[in-house]
Write a protein that binds this ligand. Structure first.
Ligand code: PMP
Length: 387
């Protein structure tokens, strides 16, 4: 049976170039980067190179790049420690209803500690309403945290406009760019982004390694204590091979943004067009144009997204319902609910996230199987109501 992987927003395979770069650091170049001997210096050189690559790709300085265990840690670190370090200035944080749980949960924790958090609404396409953002800024606001692109529906926010507003009001702007790095161009200095997070495994790099970039001048305490690694900001022996792999992955992803996104956009639109033509009662979720080049989030009326995902899996096709990162959770997607979808369409949502290598032949197979599976499920569905 053919196997087709369309769950690249959940994770991606490590590319051969990245793996080649990592291999020496898993074998001969195994030193502890903090050791002063040649083994240690060899490992440290790998980390230094990766730091330069991240800085170059994202428009910040190397000493503003901190390696973490992934975007979850980066998000937790920034939200909590920025709030704690700046509580004398104010205790109000603005974020959105559609952030990843690794942003929402630390915000909830801060609320328990006495901070005030505003969770901005989004419109039907998943875009933050700028007027609402302007309305809720107060003298107490210290942070605006809005993701660059949403992991479920792929909507790309008006990051520059939001960053400008933060700047005009003297408020720090933090963006979770986990889904956006490698999909769109990002330059922290040019765009006025004070802090940014992402993970290696979303860009054909390794899992368990991520980045938090923090511009100089931003007041923030360390999150992990007990060592001088990462300039004393993140204790613990570094994941050297992971960091080296992430560095290479980010270099390649940002170098190839234009070519890859053009190709992916073509494939994405081909899939959307065919689903709409061949299946009735479907809805594209997210913004029709301002969306990640590889994201197709579709609701299929009168069926369960989870059943469809399982049935497609039996055909060798890997997709996900809602957000794969929180799979295991069967609660309805907070993102689709915030966008105002009906319960039927919330339940019937499936995310196809394409990889650069995907072909039209593969998509034709997916479309044919999708038609079969949807028909099969609708035949046995108790729901008859059409939307
Ligand atoms: N933010 C976003 C937008 C994500 O998509 C993810 C992963 N799905 C994360 C944060 C967390 O990344 P990780 O699991 O690699 O820590």
């Amino acid at each position: 049976m053919e196997k087709i992987y369309l769950d690249n927003a959940a994770t991606t395979p490590i590319s051969s170039e990245v793996l080649n770069e990592m291999m020496p650091y898993l074998t001969t170049n195994f030193g502890n980067p903090n050791s002063i001997h040649s083994f240690g210096r060899g490992a440290k050189a790998g980390i230094d190179k990766a730091r330069l690559r991240v800085a170059h790709a994202l428009g910040c300085n190397p000493d503003e790049v901190f390696f973490t265990s992934g975007a979850t840690e980066s998000n937790n670190w920034f939200i909590r420690e920025y709030a704690h370090s700046n509580s004398k200035k104010g205790k109000h944080i603005i974020t959105t209803k559609i952030e990843h749980p690794s942003v929402i949960e630390p915000c909830k924790k801060l609320e328990q500690e006495g901070y005030k958090v505003t969770y901005l609404d989004v419109d039907q396409f998943g875009l933050v309403k700028i007027e609402q953002l302007l309305d809720c800024i107060s003298a107490d606001t210290i942070l605006i945290a809005v993701m660059t692109a949403n992991n479920e529906v792929g909507t790309i926010q008006n990051v520059q406009a939001i960053s400008n507003i933060a700047d005009e009001h003297g408020i720090a702007f933090f963006t979770d760019a986990t889904q956006a790095v490698g999909a769109i161009n990002i330059n922290m200095k040019e765009m006025g982004i004070e802090a940014l997070s992402f993970s290696g495994h979303k860009i054909n790099g390794p899992k368990g390694v991520g980045v938090l970039c923090i511009q100089k001048g931003v007041k923030i305490a360390s999150f992990m204590l007990g060592g001088e690694q990462e300039s004393g900001m993140r204790a613990g022996t570094s994941n050297v091979a992971g960091i080296v792999g992430l560095g290479k992955a980010v270099e390649l992803a940002c170098r190839d943004v234009a070519v890859n996104s053009k190709k992916l956009r073509e494939m994405r639109d081909y899939l959307i067009r065919n689903i709409k033509e061949k299946i009735d009662v479907v809805k594209l979720n997210g913004h029709p144009k301002q969306r990640l080049p590889n994201n197709v989030n579709m609701s299929f009326g009168m069926i369960d997204g989870e059943s469809l995902t399982c049935l497609l899996d039996t055909c060798g096709i890997a997709v996900s319902t809602g957000s794969a990162c929180s799979s295991g959770l069967t609660s309805p997607s907070h993102v689709l609910q915030a966008m105002g979808l009906s319960q039927d369409f919330v339940k019937g949502a499936v995310r196809f996230s394409l990889g650069v290598g995907v072909t039209k032949t593969e998509l034709d197979y997916v479309i044919a199987k999708l038609v079969e599976c949807v028909n099969k499920l609708r035949k046995i569905s108790p729901k008859t109501k059409k939307e």
